[in-house]
Write a protein that binds this ligand. Structure first.
Ligand SMILES: [Ca+2]
Ligand SMILES: [Ca+2]
Ligand SMILES: [Ca+2]
Ligand SMILES: [Ca+2]
Length: 349
């Protein structure tokens, strides 16, 4: 038998506690990391085509708009990092010559978000509202192929001040201004210029997603629209799904309510009722890729409105956490206890 001195014995539980706490804090940190799309969404890339692209390739308007919220408590500069901003080389969806130019523009100041035109899904009217802070156009560029470009530093107060929410909002507009190719890219909103470090308490959201589905059959992607307390029904709109499986809604009340699907180069929509118990939480809107007839390179657009026709926000980090169907925990518990009872029975034989 191993014998411990009293101090060694004391150290043991402390070590275990330290280990436990570091695991907990690591998983806490990683779940709050800020890649966009977020890890939980399981979306490999955002996509924006050049404005000469065919809509049947899956981008309806050659424009993607994102907002970044930075808490007022953030005192050090922030950076907006783009992975693979070029269009060519790895990842991108090329047709004919490499002729596509993609413009990334960062906005802050008054109106960046609060202008109503900024909160719509079509790039019309004054959607470039606010103050432009920086902008860069990328074509084919080996330097940024499979690599990061960093915008910034920006002072948090360069964003639009939202006193009610205690945050500053930044807007990132990505537009395909030339060519017909699909630019695939991702963001990371960082507190560091040359590495991906989360900005504590920040989040990112958009009103319309244009993204690439994973190629792997059976993959599930997730979007997390937030249901405010006045939402009693939603209408989901999807474009160019290409008969690539199913879309379903999971929430406290819904175990996988099916949504109406688009096919090639069309929009489809369906209405879904929202119960009181689903308000003030996020929905888990799932895109379930076909297992038997998976479509490669599938790009889709997606947005959602409430019963007033207002566009809903999709948050990279779901507000209130990832929603779960009300009986799922219970079913799990029942299965666990059944397993336990079976083990007990077989042991007692
Ligand atoms: Ca590339
Ligand atoms: Ca081309
Ligand atoms: Ca790219
Ligand atoms: Ca498509």
């Amino acid at each position: 038998m191993i014998k411990y001195t009293p101090t060694e014995f004391l150290k043991k539980p402390i070590l275990v506690l330290v280990l436990f706490l570091s695991i907990v804090s690591f998983s806490f940190l990683s779940s709050f990391a800020q890649p966009v799309p977020a890890e939980d969404e399981n979306i490999p890339f955002l996509v924006t085509f050049g404005n000469a692209g065919l809509k049947s390739w899956g981008d309806d308007d050659f424009c993607q708009i994102y907002f970044l919220s930075v808490p007022m408590t953030q005192k050090t500069p922030i950076y907006i990092r783009v992975y693979d901003p070029d269009c060519g080389g790895q990842f991108d969806e090329m047709y004919g010559s490499d002729d596509t130019k993609t413009k990334f523009s960062i906005y802050g100041g008054i109106g960046a978000w609060s202008d109503k035109d900024a909160q719509k899904t079509d790039p019309i009217g004054n959607f470039k509202s606010g103050t432009i802070l920086d902008s860069k156009t990328f074509g084919v560029d080996a330097k940024y192929d499979n690599n990061w470009y960093t915008f910034g530093p920006f002072n948090p107060s360069d964003g639009e001040k939202m006193n009610d929410f205690g945050v500053y909002y930044f807007k990132i507009i990505t537009q395909g201004i030339q060519g017909d190719d699909g630019n695939l890219y991702r963001y990371y909103f960082s507190s560091s210029a040359d590495e991906n470090k989360r900005i504590e308490g920040s989040n990112a959201f958009t009103y319309e997603y244009t993204f690439r589905m994973p190629d792997k059959p059976g993959s599930v992607c997730h979007l997390y629209p937030y249901m405010t307390e006045n939402v009693i029904s939603i209408q989901q709109y999807n474009f160019d799904w290409d008969a690539d499986g199913q879309m379903r809604i999971v929430s406290y009340e819904k175990k996988g309510e099916l949504a109406t699907l688009s096919n090639e180069n069309d929009w489809k929509n369906s209405k879904h009722l929202i119960a009181k118990t689903e308000q003030k939480s996020s929905l888990d809107f799932q895109f379930v890729k076909s297992k038997t007839d998976a479509k490669p390179n599938n790009n889709i657009c997606f947005y959602m409105t409430n019963q007033f026709g207002e566009f809903l926000q999709f948050n990279a980090i779901p507000i209130g956490g990832v929603p779960k169907y009300k009986y799922d925990g219970l079913i799990n518990q029942m299965q666990q206890s059944e397993k336990f009872n079976n083990i007990k029975k077989s042991n007692s034989k």
